[in-house]
Design a protein around this ligand. Sequence first.
Ligand SMILES: Nc1nc2c(c(=O)[nH]1)N[C@H]1C(S)=C(S)[C@@H](COP(=O)(O)O)O[C@H]1N2
Ligand SMILES: [Mo]
Length: 215
Amino acid sequence: MGQPVERASGEGGTEEAPRFELPPGQRLQRGWPVTHYGPVPKFRPERWEFRVFGATADGGKHCWNHDEFTALPYTTVVADLHCVTRFSMLGAEWGGVPARTILGLAPPAPSVTHVMVWAEYGFSSNLRLADFAAERTLFATHKDGELLTAEHGFPLRLIVPQLYAWKGPKWVRGVEYMTADRRGFWEERGYHNIGDPWREQRYSYQEEPGDGPEL
Ligand SMILES: Nc1nc2c(c(=O)[nH]1)N[C@H]1C(S)=C(S)[C@@H](COP(=O)(O)O)O[C@H]1N2
Ligand SMILES: [Mo]
């Protein structure tokens, strides 16, 4: 595991160009580096829970323990990972629970516009509701058929294929539904509030009016 899959070449088609695409300013990474701030948390199954809170439709919290969460319907999504430090990993197959499934089981109030995804040690990242609700946004437990390792986010990480990888916290513990935007960990520390790699939205100084709350 860990090797990028090149979605390329038919039988005998040696002159065919590879069909993968890199966003501007990115380069292909062989293998799968580990990138995060702070220590790798220890997983304690008896203490772990996944919590949806904030502006839920019914005003209450929704919690899943580890057994309940792993019993949710499992789906796979092929998606690339683009780190803002310029490496990309292409064509990984992620397995887990679509964010849409969570939105269905714990519906947000109609006034919700953004979510904050929370991870161990208070790491967080904010997303527009539309990015969170996108078809391929996934709470991943697996990559290429194998459980995630601790350093890659076991037991749960978020994959948001259309955004830079810092928008996908490893060691996720919950989601807060928000009725206004608020910056997460890296978004408060100089990174772009939206983070679209195809538009090279790397840093907060590139933000245009409406891209995010005042710094
Ligand atoms: N909890 C947490 N999740 C995180 C980060 C972090 O610092 N803390 N870094 C992000 C960044 S910048 C990247 S590029 C990816 C890297 O994932 P990987 O280590 O599995 O390659 O994790 C993201 N998720
Ligand atoms: Mo990153």
